[in-house]
Design a protein around this ligand. Sequence first.
Ligand SMILES: NC(=O)C1=CN([C@@H]2O[C@H](COP(=O)(O)OP(=O)(O)OC[C@H]3O[C@@H](n4cnc5c(N)ncnc54)[C@H](O)[C@@H]3O)[C@@H](O)[C@H]2O)C=CC1
Ligand SMILES: O=C(CO)COP(=O)(O)O
Length: 331
Amino acid sequence: MTRAAVLGAGSWGTAFAKVLGDAGTDVTIWARRERVAAHIREYGVNNEYLPSTRLPERVTATSDPAEALKGADFVILSVPSQSLRGNLADWAPHIGPDATLVSLMKGIELGTTKRMSQVIVETAGVPADRVAVVSGPNLAPEIAAEQPAATVVACTDLDRATAVQNAITTRYFRPYTNTDVIGCELGGAVKNVIALAYGIATAMRLGDNIKAALITRGLAETTRLGVALGADPMTFAGLAGMGDLVGTCTSPLSRNRTFGEHLGRGETLEQAQASTRQTAEGVKSCLAIRDLARAHGVEMPITEQVERVCHEGVDPRVALTDLMSRDTKSE
Ligand SMILES: NC(=O)C1=CN([C@@H]2O[C@H](COP(=O)(O)OP(=O)(O)OC[C@H]3O[C@@H](n4cnc5c(N)ncnc54)[C@H](O)[C@@H]3O)[C@@H](O)[C@H]2O)C=CC1
Ligand SMILES: O=C(CO)COP(=O)(O)O
């Protein structure tokens, strides 16, 4: 019997545990707070993040990471990106020697500008070919409700990607494999920043033309950064690129887009933050992505402006004027 540990009991960790359970894997979720774990054990429900989803019998929970990780073939990492390094340092001694580590996270680490798989390799001391990434248009509430979705499992070791694919294939969840880890991770992280911009534009009632332009030019700057870092440009035309970008920007369920709407209504960063307990990864990652782009000499004008609005208190109207008045160029 295959076993998985899901570390992080937020929306996506919990929905992903359900997918694994429905596909026939025994799952133990690690929750930071014992009362969340106890509620899952007793009622089969994560009442804090997905209160209307009943988890399969095969899914249980604990607040003890060693218990969650015992005998796990798949170690699923689903905490906020900026807390991964600290958490994983504690968890690493309990991870089995051949376990596959699977990142669900869509962020870039502040300060180091590292992708999550790089943080995992460094912190857990595992080779890169034991780390897989799952990324695509995967809004957790829809998947928890068994609405159909597709995703990408990326790993440089195709056999491991296929093993993860098999462990998460259900009648409502369809994973594709890919070996481009860099492209899949960048697609997932940068789309959160573009979704912030899309949310800002939505709240400012700027119209559908500019929203389509943000998606298209957002994908262009994501691809530019990806290519500079060694990604396959075709990845950005796939589910982990365009798919996730369109899904996130256009869905009112997206925390990043919703956060952007708060900013677009004129709220400060602090006011927008006070409106949600959930993770809008783009808010912090826009800083790291901007730094990464600058370090590689890549222009990311939308990301630059999102960073200014989020962290430098720039009025979104000023950011828009700056974007529209850049030097003209070829597409
Ligand atoms: N929710 C979604 O629809 C999707 C989310 N993701 C990504 O999955 C990752 C996890 O997101 P969600 O589950 O949605 O987040 P969430 O905001 O729903 O939950 C985060 C979880 O991490 C815990 N947590 C918060 N700070 C922590 C810390 N310092 N140490 C340990 N645990 C901590 C929280 O208690 C909570 O259980 C993010 O990178 C997100 O971008 C990816 C695809 C879909
Ligand atoms: O990554 C996601 C969908 O693929 C979820 O997006 P949000 O974090 O903006 O809710």
